[in-house]
Ligand binder design. Structure first.
Ligand SMILES: O=C(O)CCC(=O)C(=O)O
Ligand SMILES: [Fe+2]
Length: 224
């Protein structure tokens, strides 16, 4: 059966072919052939109309800036965030227990599109809102215990272009990508086991940026 309401694909054309990317340098700045992060970057995955639908929808998302404890001190995170998910898909993230909010329309459409286009299964999405280039995400891996082993994480960017860094845990090989509005970055299993990633500060960026990471969690993981 066709979808009854306007699907994501009906408001625009399909994405271009997947492209592997990443300028890879080692610590000395030389080309390093050996370690590459298991990622796929699809520039322009979402068209303008799809991007606008999500950006407009996000105006109404119930964002918050939770406090996390680092080295015994409490700080509000340097961005705003919200977690949407299926029933029972609550998330323990940075030591915070985050209850799943019900799916908004276009965030759900994008989940369905990712599954159609790539077989990418998810049951929750973390949305981060960076007000400008001073909002950031520090080095981390998305390796929480409730993430289903073998699952990929799909990251969609909207709004401001920002660099995105990846760093190999052992060799410290660093990869830098530019993520532009509408781009899709798939972080394939088992990237989180051997690479960290970060969104560094960029003082000159004055536009806001949204990022949606679609994840597959084990339902009811935190209910015993
Ligand atoms: O904003 C980004 O591009 C990265 C977000 C991220 O790494 C996360 O939500 O875990
Ligand atoms: Fe992450």
């Amino acid at each position: 059966m066709q979808q009854q309401t306007l699907g994501f694909d009906e408001i625009g054309d399909e994405s271009e072919a997947a492209k592997e990317t990443g300028a890879i340098t080692d610590e000395a700045g030389k080309q390093a052939q050996t370690v590459r992060p298991p990622i796929t970057l699809i520039p322009g995955y979402l068209n303008q109309a799809q991007q606008s639908a999500l950006i407009d929808e996000a105006e109404h998302y119930p964002f918050s800036r939770p406090e996390i404890t680092l080295f015994g001190r409490s700080h509000a995170i340097p961005r705003r965030q919200v977690w949407f998910g299926d029933d029972g898909c609550d998330y323990l993230y940075s030591g915070l227990f985050i209850r799943a909010e019900p799916w908004p329309k276009y965030a759900l459409r994008l989940r369905e599109k990712l599954q159609r286009d790539f077989g990418l299964i998810s049951n929750g999405v973390l949305v981060n809102h960076y007000r400008d280039g001073s909002d950031t995400m520090g080095w981390h891996s998305d390796d929480e215990a409730e993430i289903v082993p073998g699952s990929d994480i799909a990251s969609v960017t909207l709004g401001a272009s920002r660099p995105f860094f990846l760093r190999h845990n052992r060799s410290k090989t660093k990869v830098e990508l530019m993520l532009n509005s509408g781009d899709l970055l798939i972080m394939h299993w088992p990237m989180q086991a051997s690479w960290q990633h970060a969104l560094p500060k960029r003082a000159k960026v004055i536009q806001p940026r949204l990022n949606l990471t679609y994840r597959h969690l084990t339902p009811h993981f935190h209910q015993g």
